[in-house]
Every structure is written in structure tokens, then in C-alpha cells.
Design a protein around this ligand. Structure first.
Ligand code: CTP
Ligand code: MG
Length: 233
């Protein structure tokens, strides 16, 4: 990788995982011998490109201090926030003394444990000279319908529809400003949407389909399958 600018990772991990319906936040569920968040952080460390990883953790979280990785020298613990964007902003603020405005930040969901070094390097290599940055995404294979009141009122042009994944890679200064401007806006469900509200146009980089987000109970078995495939391949 021909990389000159410093890269930081930010990991929002302060969600409650309501849709998972488990006895603990989903990032602490067991998956192939360790917790979901341990897979995620190990994969980010393995990529070997980040100056540090800033992780946003909820104040009520008693699981995080139990993990060995919580005291890793390249991992910084920040306070979680009410919404995902608040958590990301808090994790950015935690590295503000060390990061420069031009540095790259890759924001990656704790709930995406199957992220690969290949995807991280692909994103960085494609965008590191870009002014704004961009995100990993996947083209939509299904036909997508606009539905109102249980009936279809339109079909979206699939050629223009992509699914946003993480990491999402932006310049530290621009990202922090965009998230600060977007505080409290429910439409901002990822970093790219905060940048879009600033009139910017983040790029998309096609990612791997195994980079799934653990959202519902059935996703754990799928993630386990993908991790096994990665280890065999
Ligand atoms: N997240 C966060 N702070 C919040 C909400 C979410 O750091 N206030 C994190 C989650 O921990 C997760 C990522 O953002 O790693 C993506 O969010 P999502 O998949 O929605 O996780 P949860 O909010 O935990 O799940 P749910 O919406 O089902 O409650
Ligand atoms: Mg959520």
C-alpha cells in the first residue's frame, strides 16, 4: 500500500442490539469461539494500517472491561452516545489531540465481524488521494419497490441503487464537522449521509458480500459460515 497519510479506525460499539433480542448487546454474543467485537477488532488490527482504533462504548457496558482487547495499546475507549452518530463523534473527539484534519478515518460497525484486510486495503488504496472519501458498498441484486400502505407505488431503478456498508472512509476534519452539523438529524444513519448533507459526494467502492452486519438472530450462523470460509480460503 502506497499510503502517506495517517489512518485511524473508529468503531461504534455502544448500541443495545434490540433487534437481536438477546440477553446482552449483540457485540458481546459468542461467534466461533470469541465475541463479535473481538473478531471485528482483531480484523482491524490485522489490517496493520491504523495508528489507533477508537472504540465507542456505552457507560452501562460491563462486558467491555472484561475483554483483553480493551487494554490493547492501539485501542482507545471513548464514551458511547445516544445515536450511532453521537458515538462516532465521541470516538473522533477522543483522538482529536493526535489526529490532523487531513488524516483518514475509517468508521466500521462493531457488528460487522467478517470484515477482511482485503476490503480495508481496497477501500484505502482506491480513495487515499481523494479529497472527500467514500464507503464500501454493494450493488443491489433484488428489484426494489417503493411501497405505501402495503401496495407498490413504484419500482426503483436498480442500476442506481447500492447498499451502504462499512468501513466508511473520510478526512478527520470534514467528517467531524459534518457529524457536528448533523447532530439530532434522524436521517443521518451513516457517515456518508452526514457528508451528503454538506453537499459532498462520497465515492463508492465495491465491497465483499461476506461483510454482513449482525442485526437479527439468524445473522450469527451466517457470520460463522463466512468466518469459516475465510479461514479455509
Ligand atoms: N451504535 C453505537 N451507538 C449507538 C447505536 C449504535 O455505537 N447509540 C453502534 C452499534 O453498536 C453497532 C453499529 O452502531 O456496532 C450499527 O448499529 P446497529 O446495527 O443498529 O446496532 P444496534 O443499534 O446495537 O442494534 P439495534 O438497532 O437492533 O438496537
Ligand atoms: Mg441501531
Amino acid at each position: 500500500m502506497t499510503q502517506s497519510t495517517t489512518c485511524w479506525a473508529v468503531v461504534p460499539a455502544a448500541g443495545a442490539g434490540k433487534r437481536m433480542n438477546a440477553d446482552r448487546p449483540k457485540q458481546y454474543l459468542e461467534l466461533a469461539g470469541k465475541t463479535v467485537i473481538e473478531h471485528t477488532l482483531s480484523h482491524l488490527l490485522q489490517a496493520n494500517v491504523f495508528a489507533a482504533i477508537s472504540v465507542a462504548i456505552s457507560a452501562e457496558d460491563g462486558y467491555w472491561p472484561e475483554l483483553e482487547l480493551s487494554t490493547h495499546s492501539n485501542i482507545i475507549t471513548a464514551a458511547g452516545g445516544k445515536e450511532r452518530a453521537d458515538s462516532v463523534l465521541s470516538a473522533l473527539t477522543a483522538i482529536r489531540a493526535k489526529a490532523s484534519d487531513d488524516d483518514w478515518v475509517l468508521v466500521h460497525d462493531a457488528a460487522r465481524p467478517c470484515i477482511t484486510s482485503a476490503d480495508i486495503h481496497q477501500l484505502i488504496d482506491t480513495l487515499y488521494q481523494d479529497k472527500v472519501g467514500g464507503i464500501l458498498a454493494l450493488p443491489s441484486h433484488d428489484t426494489l419497490k417503493n411501497v405505501q400502505g402495503g401496495a407498490i407505488v413504484g419500482t426503483l431503478d436498480r442500476n442506481h441503487i447500492w447498499r451502504a456498508l462499512t468501513p466508511q472512509m473520510f478526512r478527520y476534519g470534514l467528517l467531524k464537522a459534518a457529524l457536528e452539523a448533523a447532530v439530532g438529524n434522524p436521517a443521518v444513519t451513516d457517515e456518508a449521509s452526514a457528508m451528503e448533507l454538506q453537499g459532498l459526494q462520497p465515492k463508492i467502492v465495491e465491497g465483499r458480500p461476506d461483510n454482513i452486519k449482525i442485526t437479527r438472530p439468524e445473522d450469527l450462523a451466517l457470520a460463522q459460515f463466512y468466518l469459516e470460509q475465510q479461514n479455509n480460503g
